[in-house]
Design a protein around this ligand. Structure first.
Ligand code: PEP
Ligand code: MG
Length: 953
């Protein structure tokens, strides 16, 4: 960050005019190596666009965006001109602060500088300063204003004693960013001063960033040191900022008005009594700032000029910072906000001028305040972080084909119904805590009823479970406590609720854990529903004709509310195939494509769309012929499915007699009979971690044995391929604390973890061997990447086998890590079989997180690089007489089935509901043709090319 130091200051300079001063400055910046020759032209160009005079004898000359390339290092140089330089319009400059900035780092400097300057006229003092130190002191030493606003008042806070009340006061100061960590602890050590009337005073200077005063009163009568404790002031003291307030407080106490403070029922009353920043109930309007370099001097100046044209008060604040509003007429105050591109500006205007002023101000900001602006992404619901580079998004043209992530199979067509999440406008301050509490309770009750209804109506267990979690979120006591705190501080029900939901969701998102990120999406979903209730917004009426719903991201509750008879398909801009919304869509049988990119949100309402949920494709305004073909394909598919279901129990042979086994992937021991009835010839992947996750604590050997036995019993002699525990990294077990990792997918997971905890692996292996009796049991290890890992695991199995007899056991590994596939010729000598986990193999081969919200569409297992690894694996296995299965999602992808068959894979393991379809597809294929197809696929350069090959088939 830019800092001001004495070394940057050159005292006693002279310049006959502004051009001479700029020349001097440019020479200095070049001499100090901050910029290249030619920067002067930038300084001059900037002045012709608009003067950089800041006020109070200060100008801040800087280059234009075009001359940024000439900046070597961001920095500032300060020139003092005691005789003054005419900066145009009769404005005299005594201090020129020359800025060389590569980006907008200098905004922060300006923010600090202008905060320090305040409204007092420093020009004369700057002119007279006799040393660099004195000048710096003037810039830095000006007293900062004392923060005292509604967020620093806590009335009736639950506290049992003095210490707790002190802690509450310190917390308010911490939240307002007046103090750093540790302030509360230091404040506890300070001796409290009784002011009379049961009011107490504490102050401390340590870790103070900005002077601020908090006032808290206890919910119940308290005493301290034998005296009543009715209210406590906690001062974060810095300089003299609090003097005026202290004097006012003393007068108040002398007048015997102390009880007005602790009897106050609203923070507004307290602020009025103390003369703090009283929240106004004036009309307000919000807009997101789009200027590339934020609200820097030039646009701020234009804004201030415009505001000055209105006769009445206009304030501006950045709602996201929680800081007090500043006068929109003051350039230095505007700069002190340090507003960046993407931040929301809230203008608040006196009622008499609001109707004229607010639209004019919004229009000016929208037009760029004198600068060319690049529009913000249309759907940024959250303020866009300035550093994030947002690609320019355009609406897809008619005939466009967009590849997204296949989330729920099926073909859908219909007019687009684009639903963009609405932004709700609500007051930040509430009427009173009691009124707001009541409103919130009513909204929560309504949402609860609504969710209860969905749970009752839902046939699918997956949907019910998600909504039961939503109910729990609504009743979460921790969230409730925080909301209550805010309500007591005078916030409106909407503001309190959303601040807490947003904070909790952000916390979960920050942990970079796929599961928690989904929880965060659920939390935001619940949050939005309650907010909509509070704002009295009913759900938007949906069109009657079956339509394709287009949204940025669909919350599970949005999907579950949909009527499958009216919603033909779902298309989202963001999200991955594993999101809850995708699960719900599958459960409801609504075809869905997710993660199709922001452009889909720009599709005009009613545009005909054709969606292929199997291939993850979207056709925008498709040609009638294509539409017809696709709908015919949909009908054919439906008929095929019916026919396939009738033959689900028969084996799958190609037309030329080649057999492939079709097994099922499962994650629980229950329902095994139904899986067999779907046509499973065995279980190709039992994800045992799901069994572990279903228990409150690690299941012991006997419990596990019972679970595995249940599966084997249900299989009635069919083989069971079990994967040992695959947890760690992104799949933690709640009762098994694992150190947080920077990059969990590349961390301690799968076999790496179980080898570190051999007793867990041993008890699982024992349970499996004991459950086997004489039935066919196949054990495989997940995430093997090194030969040693496999050998260590195998040695353990062999040792246990000495104790527990099993007659039909095979031991193998999953091929999920590229190193294992490449090493397959070596591994194949030792293993009994391989099972290819294409989900992980793809993510590790292509270096794309499988749950990535925007990239996962490219994580396609039909990428030729992945196919080469499968090919290597199959060749190596067959050379040693071993078999290969595929148990990742790719095994059920209709475009992948012929290729996997052609590569020589012996078994496909898929979700039970896909078995009939996969078998039916195999029956229509010719093995010799698929061999050729696989060879051709290996020669392609991209997954898209491979898919195109299959398309032709
Ligand atoms: C795979 O990675 O393909 C696989 C089947 O394992 P999981 O999806 O459970 O990681
Ligand atoms: Mg895996």
């Amino acid at each position: 960050m830019l800092e001001l130091t004495v070394e940057q200051i050159s005292m006693g300079q002279t310049a006959v005019d502004k051009p001479a001063a700029l020349q001097l400055l440019a020479d200095l910046l070049v001499a100090d190596g901050l910029v290249a020759e030619g920067y002067l032209a930038g300084l001059q160009a900037r002045e012709t666009q608009g003067s950089t005079f800041l006020g109070q004898g200060i100008a801040i000359p800087h280059g234009t965006p075009q001359t940024r390339d000439l900046v070597h290092t961001t920095g500032v140089r300060l020139l003092q001109f005691p005789e003054g330089v005419d900066w145009g319009d009769g404005q005299k400059v005594y201090l020129a602060i020359g800025i060389a900035a590569k980006s907008d780092e200098h905004l922060r400097l300006l923010q600090l500088l202008t905060r320090a300057l305040g409204e007092t006229d420093l020009g004369e003092a700057l002119r007279r300063a006799s040393s660099a130190e004195a000048l710096l002191k003037l810039l830095q030493g000006a007293p900062q204003a004392l923060a005292l606003d509604a967020q620093l008042i806590g009335l009736g806070v639950p506290s049992e004693d003095f210490e707790e009340l002190v802690w509450r006061g310190a917390r308010l100061l911490r939240r307002a960013e007046c103090v750093g960590n540790g302030f509360a602890a230091v404040l506890q050590q300070v001796e409290a001063l009784p002011l009379g009337d049961g009011l107490w005073w504490l102050h401390c200077e340590q870790t103070v960033r900005q002077p601020g005063l908090a006032f808290v009163t206890p919910a119940q009568p308290l005493r301290y040191l034998g005296q009543p404790l009715n209210g406590l002031f906690c001062l974060a003291s810095l300089g003299e900022a609090h003097q005026a307030l202290l004097e006012r407080l003393c007068t108040l106490l002398i007048e015997g008005r102390g009880q007005e403070l602790f009897r106050a029922t609203s923070s507004r009353t307290v602020l009025e009594v103390l003369g703090g920043e009283v929240p106004v109930d004036w009309p307000s309007a919000r807009i997101t700032l789009a200027n590339a370099h934020g609200l820097h001097a030039r646009p701020a100046k234009i804004l201030a000029q415009l505001a000055k044209a209105f006769e009445g008060e206009i304030r501006l604040r950045l709602p996201e910072t929680g800081q007090a509003a500043v006068s929109a007429k003051s350039l230095s105050k505007l700069l002190s906000l340090g507003a960046h591109r993407g931040q929301v500006l809230e203008f608040i205007a006196e009622p008499s001028i609001a109707a004229d002023a607010l639209p004019a101000l919004l229009a000016a900001v929208e037009e760029g305040l004198g600068e060319e602006i690049e529009p913000l992404p249309t759907l940024a619901l959250e303020p866009v972080v300035a550093e994030v580079i947002q690609p320019l998004v355009q609406a897809p043209v008619a005939g466009a084909l967009i590849q997204g992530v296949a989330a729920a199979p099926g073909i859908a067509s219909g007019p687009a119904h684009v639903q963009v999440l609405r932004e709700f406008d609500y007051p930040l301050r509430g009427e009173s805590p009691a009124v707001e509490r009541e409103r919130l309770q009513q909204a929560l009750a309504a949402v609860r009823d609504d969710i209860d209804g969905v749970i009752k109506r839902s046939q699918a267990k997956a949907i019910r479970e998600i909504f039961i979690t939503h109910l729990e979120m609504l009743d979460d006591p921790e969230l409730g406590d925080e909301v209550e705190q805010r309500l007591r501080q005078g916030e409106s029900a909407e503001a309190a609720w959303m601040a807490v939901i947003d904070g909790a969701a952000r916390q979960q998102e920050a942990l970079h854990d796929a599961l928690l990120a989904e929880r965060a999406a659920d939390l935001r979903d619940v949050g939005r529903r309650v907010l909509a209730q509070l704002c009295g917004e009913a759900d938007v009426a949906l069109p009657d004709a079956p339509y394709v719903l287009v949204m940025e991201e669909v919350g599970p509750s949005d999907v579950a509310r949909l009527d499958p008879a009216r919603v033909a398909g779902i298309l989202t801009a963001r999200g991955g195939a594993t999101a809850h919304s995708a699960i719900v869509a599958r459960a409801l049988g609504i075809p869905a494509v997710v993660g199709a990119g922001a452009s889909v949100l720009l599709i005009a309402q009613g545009t005909p769309l054709l969606l292929d949920g199997q291939r993850g494709r979207l056709h925008v305004a498709p040609e009638p012929a294509l539409l017809q073909r696709s709908l015919a394909e949909r009908d054919r598919r439906e008929q095929r499915l019916q026919a396939a279901r009738a033959r689900r129990l028969e084996p799958a042979h190609t037309l030329d007699g080649h057999a492939i086994e079709v097994f099922a992937n499962i994650g629980e021991s229950a329902g095994i009979a139904a899986v067999v009835d779907h046509g499973a010839e065995g279980i190709g992947l039992l994800r045992t971690e799901l069994i572990f996750m279903a228990h409150q604590s690690a299941p012991d050997e006997a419990t596990q044995e019972a679970e595995y036995r249940k599966v084997l019993d249900g299989l009635d002699g069919r083989p069971l391929v079990v994967r040992t525990l695959d947890v760690g990294g992104d799949k933690p077990l709640p009762y098994w604390p694992i150190e947080q990792e920077e990059n969990p997918f590349l961390g301690v997971r799968g076999i790496r973890l179980t080898l570190q905890r051999p007793q867990i692996m041993e008890s699982q292996l024992r349970a499996l061997l004991r459950a086997a009796d004489n039935r066919p049991l196949r054990i495989m290890f997940p995430m093997v990447g090194q030969l040693e890992e496999w050998r260590e695991a195998r040695t353990m199995v062999e040792r246990l086998r000495q104790e527990i007899e099993v007659s039909d056991l095979q031991v193998g590994i999953m091929i999920e890590v590229p190193s294992a596939a490449i090493l397959a010729p070596v591994l194949a000598r030792e293993v009994d079989f391989f099972s290819v986990g294409t989900n992980d193999l793809t993510q590790y081969t292509l270096a794309i997180d499988r749950g990535h919200p925007t990239l996962s569409a490219q994580a396609d297992g039909l990428h030729p690089a992945v196919l080469h690894l499968i090919d290597t694996t199959v060749r190596a296995a067959h050379a040693h007489g071993k078999w290969v299965g595929v148990c990742g999602e790719l095994a059920a992808d209709p475009q992948a089935v012929p290729i996997l068959l052609g590569l020589g894979v012996d078994e496909l393991s898929v979700a039970a509901r896909s078995i009939a379809e996969v078998k039916a597809q195999v029956r229509e294929l010719n093995y010799e043709h698929t061999r050729q197809l696989a060879r051709d696929a290996l020669a392609q350069g991209s997954a898209a090319d491979v898919r195109a090959l299959v398309e032709i088939l």
